[in-house]
Design a protein around this ligand. Structure first.
Ligand code: SAM
Length: 296
């Protein structure tokens, strides 16, 4: 306690703490997304999406890690089955850990991948060295290539919609397919704002004169994973946080007292994050959808 108190009272430490804060505040979420990093450590499929469960009635308690990985592979296979031109060039936008690109390459399809996240790019370069991976946001991506298929697998939600549409217009061949699998918001009242707004998305596609050649609502197929994450949050993470805070209260009461605002901030952040994985809220506010969009 003495050393911590001395640090808190030392003005030099305050200057260093401020400099440290400034340096770390510059961090860009898309280059190092902590939530995605966490999921990549839990699941070994190299996929960072909710997957596709054929058994939509499975209870969260009965889901194994293997079942989630299998659902993720099924989701990726569903995307591959939608690709019309299997000889053409494919761009996997927001490729995550490279699982889908890896499956495409294993089937001898020509695929390039793109991510702004340097850890993901390094992982792909090491593990899937047949896959060319660009390190960039889609908004900043420039290429002289034309792609026959552009895929956004749970990545469109991170990208400015107008820029995404303009880039797809430029990069996709005239008869190409834009395959999007992601969740969209149809009710915008919730505190959790991830996902493009469905109506806006449809309006912008219609305004371009593009057609939706395939559509599937897979909300119920993705929901088991959301229920599973929610179960771990409620039965593990929240009790663990309570345990840690209470330990602090009994072991270092003075620090517990001084960090009340910090703890309130953590509670607020957790409330917002958990809103994204609350199955009832998800069903009320979002839809997990597959679209295939064609220009002609
Ligand atoms: C939920 S993960 C999905 C990863 C992968 N497509 C999959 O299905 O496993 C979202 C991906 O989008 C990427 N991403 C975030 N912002 C992006 C941007 N502006 N442009 C392109 N990709 C982006 C993330 O780095 C991550 O790779």
């Amino acid at each position: 306690m003495k050393k911590t108190l001395l640090n808190i009272l030392n003005p030099l430490q305050w200057i260093k703490a401020y400099q440290f804060h400034q340096a770390n505040a510059k961090f860009d979420k898309s280059t190092y997304d902590l939530e995605l990093y966490l999921y990549s450590k839990v699941l070994k499929s190299d996929m960072l999406h909710y997957g596709y469960f054929e058994n939509i009635d499975i209870a969260a308690e009965d889901i194994s890690l293997k079942a989630i990985e299998d659902a993720q592979i099924k989701y990726a296979q569903n995307i591959i089955d939608l690709i019309k031109n299997k000889d053409g060039l494919i761009l996997d936008v927001g490729c995550g850990m490279g699982g889908l690109s890896g499956m495409l390459a294993a089937e001898n399809l020509k695929v390039e991948a793109l991510t702004p996240n340097i850890n993901q790019k390094n992982h792909i370069d090491q593990k899937y060295n047949g896959v060319k991976c660009y390190h960039t946001k889609f908004e900043d991506f420039q290429s002289t290539n034309k792609y026959d298929t552009i895929i956004n697998s749970e990545s469109l939600q991170y990208i400015d919609l107008d820029t995404a549409i303009a880039h797809v217009d430029h990069l996709l061949t005239a008869n190409g397919q834009w395959i999007i699998v992601d969740y969209f918001r149809h009710d915008t009242s919730g505190i959790e704002k991830s996902g493009q707004i469905l109506e806006t998305f449809k309006e912008k596609i219609a305004a371009k004169g593009w057609k939706i050649s395939y559509f599937q609502d897979i909300t119920l197929n993705a929901l088991p994973t959301i229920k599973w994450i929610n179960m771990y949050a409620e039965r593990f993470l929240i009790p663990l946080k309570h345990f840690a805070f209470e330990k602090l209260r009994y072991k270092k009461g003075w620090l517990y007292y001084l960090t009340q605002d910090l703890r309130n901030g953590i509670d607020k952040k957790m409330q917002k994050e958990f809103a994204a994985i609350n199955p009832e809220k998800f069903l009320k506010e979002k839809k997990y959808l597959t679209f295939v969009i064609e220009k002609n």
